[in-house]
Ligand binder design. Structure first.
Ligand code: C2O
Ligand code: CU
Ligand code: CU
Length: 436
């Protein structure tokens, strides 16, 4: 932070060895030249003042993902602010009302800017964070597409096949910008591990119980307890998961991805003499406005896709277009028969009203649907009430699945709803809702 209390954040061109020591330097776009961007950490209720400078050759903006923010500070170019032009600055100034693990990323042509490196962690601490700094570990998990030389494959950005299928999937994973890192942990101590999936499209299948970790928060929102999760839990693009773990034995503990064969992408390296055992203290949850399910209003959210799904035609800019015309315009996806941003909101809510979104995934692919400016509870999947109706800001939906979520629309403004598989958002799966 500088004298006036502003944190300086600058989008610049930079380089990094994604493939590791033997790999070459990939050309990336970075915040402050770092991969991931600098950690921004404040306490709950504190003001965040960021003076952002765009030193790229193209416009950009910064979105604060998962924060219940003032609409004007949401950082969505073309909706909440004009894009920040090359050489220009923009001051972001907001209060972070809820503790938890959040992140920030570019929100202008995100499909092109985020997978070049424009993402960083935003941590809002509880007043009484029980974990000391060296036991509070952030892991930004990123999926990259590298070419045969181990360099970022830039030629395939915007490939139609990616957009119309599962999105831009990579072939290389990094944690905090490094491949297969060692993560130091201390024997007998409780650690908090904050996972952030910054990938453009990759859903990570994780099994925290395999290394003795329990889950204490999803998308920043703490449960108030530590939950044992059997088997695999998915971390979709943009989602976060906070774990707690207490390594008891010496020797590396593999951190694995469970897609197919378990695949190690990091090792927790345990050191130190066994400290005197400390009780686990899990932070209390944020107090978020509870949905009023009795007086709620329901809206459908129908997801349809082109080539692979059942979408025959859709509206774009108020005009009915055939599937062929939509594909020519680069649109493969639609919410409620509308590809991309409509003139009218997808739904409108009165301030304070509870909205139930009844989503149906009528496409051949999974999606990760994110709503801006709000948290919501996931109530049901395929008609079954969930045992834990957890708070989220991004929910997954598998092909053919119906998912019901409840949100209290209490933040006035125009907010995006989009798939966080960024190529999907760019090719139709993005619209907006209004709270007035
Ligand atoms: Cu994390 Cu609209 O995005
Ligand atoms: Cu967001
Ligand atoms: Cu999607």
């Amino acid at each position: 932070a500088s004298g006036d209390g502003f944190i300086q954040l600058e989008a610049v061109k930079g380089q990094s060895r994604l493939y590791g020591e033997d790999g070459g330097l990939s050309d990336l776009w970075l915040y402050n030249g770092k991969l991931p961007g600098p950690e921004i950490r404040v306490k709950r209720g504190e003001r965040v003042k960021v003076r952002f400078k765009n030193s790229l050759d193209e416009p950009t903006s910064v979105h604060w993902h998962g924060i219940r923010i003032d609409n004007a500070m949401d950082g969505v170019s073309g909706l909440t602010q004009p894009a920040v032009q090359p050489g220009e600055t923009f001051d972001y100034d907001f209060v972070a009302p809820d503790a938890g693990t959040y992140w920030y990323h570019a929100h202008h042509m995100s499909w092109n800017q985020v997978p070049r490196g424009l993402a960083g962690p935003l941590i809002v601490e509880e007043e009484d964070n029980p974990f000391s700094p060296d036991a509070d570990i952030i892991l930004s998990l990123s999926d990259w597409r590298l070419d045969d030389n181990g360099l970022l494959d830039t030629a395939s950005f915007g490939a139609r096949h990616d957009f119309s299928h599962a999105g831009r999937l990579g072939n290389w994973l990094t944690i905090n910008g490094t491949s297969l890192p060692d993560i130091p942990v201390r024997k007998g101590r409780w650690h908090r591990i904050r996972l952030i999936n910054t990938s453009a499209s990759r859903v990570l299948d994780l099994a925290p119980s395999r290394f003795g970790a329990k889950v204490i928060a999803l998308d920043g929102q703490g449960f108030g307890t530590a939950r044992d999760i059997d088997g695999v839990i998915q971390l979709a693009p943009a989602q976060r998961m906070d774990l707690v773990m207490k390594p008891d034995s010496a020797g590396p503990i593999p951190f694995e991805m469970m897609t197919g064969q378990p695949f190690t992408f990091a090792n927790f390296v345990v050191s130190g003499e066994k400290a005197e055992p400390k009780e686990l203290r899990v932070p209390a949850p944020n107090s978020l406005p509870e949905p009023d399910l009795v007086n709620a209003r329901s809206f459908p959210l129908d997801m349809a896709g082109g080539a692979m799904g059942r979408m025959q035609s859709a509206t774009m800019d108020g005009q009915e277009l055939s599937m062929r015309e939509l594909v020519q315009a680069g649109n493969f996806w639609a919410f409620n028969g509308q590809a991309g941003m409509g003139d009218k909101p997808l739904f409108s809510a009165k301030r304070g009203e509870t909205i139930i979104l009844e989503s149906t995934n009528n496409t051949a692919f999974p999606h990760a649907i994110h709503l801006h400016g709000h948290h919501f509870r996931v109530l049901e999947r395929n008609g079954e009430k969930l045992a834990h109706p957890d708070w989220r800001d991004t929910f997954t939906t598998q092909r053919g699945e119906t998912v019901k979520i409840a949100l209290v629309a209490d933040n006035p403004g125009k907010w995006l709803v989009h798939c966080h598989m960024l190529g999907h958002a760019a090719s139709g799966m993005m619209d907006w809702f209004e709270v007035a």
